[in-house]
Ligand binder design. Structure first.
Ligand SMILES: Nc1ncnc2c1ncn2[C@@H]1O[C@H](COP(=O)(O)OP(=O)(O)OP(=O)(O)O)[C@@H](O)[C@H]1O
Ligand SMILES: [Mg+2]
Length: 305
């Protein structure tokens, strides 16, 4: 059995991932009342929602952002959450990530009902179990990549020497060991997002949640980021839930949940799954793209004289 450096509790990752791959996707209806199938006795729902609602109050107006969401996500799954703007994806992710609380309904995180937790309790839980990645990276600009990544270990109360060790490990995992001293402004968008992923990993979470992590990135960089998520999922057994607007990005997941008007409307296994490690070699590098752009631009140059 190989030890998982990120998450020592989740060593038998290959078997788990294989099981997740072959597991039939359960529809929302399957959660309520259906007899548990043979997989349920073995599989563990790391996330379980039952009739979850979130209502925002804006003055006199009520916004029903989530309207009765029930779902299960199992250890080792890789889920893409899709749906049009305003359908409730970020609201869902913020609740899953313990950044916000539901108005009603139940959220079980690794079998513990956390819906009634206080903000402080949620923050503690988030710090230990969940890594969160945002579209905007959310890095501190005057701070090095290493210090950005270290930050959650400070909140977790790790000893000083362990903090830096973990942060360097995390940066190495996303291929940025040699950029530890760079500040965000000295890094490309893709590198900044990788720092943000390293920060999400530093407390060795079992779940990584990402809200449109490729939304600000070009297509090649997006696939590079998906490569990292796929490796975290396959090699380290981390459960990944990722919001995206792009169908081709969702194809890197194992399962797609589609939201509309605060409800889950579709829950399907991905057919024809893409693997970033296979797609990347087929994509032009940035240098090749620049060269192509220059060739296309050059006919106009002659007209200027
Ligand atoms: N803090 C808030 N206060 C009031 N209403 C909110 C708040 N956050 C979100 N909403 C509303 O809740 C609904 C769901 O918003 P949410 O951000 O979850 O959508 P989304 O699916 O993530 O959209 P997008 O794809 O544009 O990011 C929207 O109608 C939105 O206007
Ligand atoms: Mg959103």
């Amino acid at each position: 059995m190989t030890e998982n450096p990120l998450n020592p509790l989740k060593a038998p990752v290959a078997a788990e991932a294989a099981r997740a791959d072959s597991r039939p996707v359960k529809t929302p209806g399957a959660l309520a009342g259906a007899a548990p199938g043979p997989a349920s006795s073995v599989d563990k729902a790391v996330i379980r929602l039952e009739g979850l609602h979130k209502t925002y109050h804006l003055g006199e107006t009520e916004v029903f952002a989530l309207r009765g969401v029930s779902l299960e996500i199992f250890a080792g799954e890789f889920v893409a959450v899709m749906g049009s703007s305003g359908s409730g994806k970020s609201t869902l992710m913020n609740i899953l990530g313990c950044l916000d609380k539901p108005t009603r309904g139940h959220y079980f995180l690794e079998d513990v009902e956390v819906s009634g937790y206080s903000k402080a309790q949620l923050a503690g839980l988030r710090n230990r179990k969940i890594g969160f990645v945002f579209q905007q990276f959310n890095l501190l600009s005057r701070t090095s990549a290493l210090e950005n990544v270290e930050l959650p270990t400070v909140y977790a109360g790790l000893p000083v020497e362990e903090r830096e060790k973990r942060a360097r490990e995390s940066l190495a995992l996303v291929g940025l060991a040699d950029r530890a001293e760079h500040h965000p402004s000295q890094l490309s968008g893709g590198q900044q997002q990788r720092v943000a992923i390293a920060r999400a990993l530093v407390n060795r979470p079992s779940i990584v949640l990402a809200d449109e992590p490729t939304g600000n990135l070009d297509s090649r960089t997006s696939v590079e980021i998906m490569d990292i998520f796929q490796k975290l999922n396959t090699d380290h057994g981390i459960t990944v839930v990722l919001v995206t607007h792009e169908q081709d990005i969702a194809q890197y997941a194992k399962r797609i949940m589609e939201f509309r008007d605060g409800r889950m409307r579709r829950d399907v296994a991905v057919t024809g799954r893409l693997f970033a490690s296979e797609v990347l070699p087929t994509l032009p590098t940035l240098e090749e793209e620049n060269k192509e752009d220059n060739v296309q631009a050059s006919p106009n140059l002659g007209n200027r004289s």
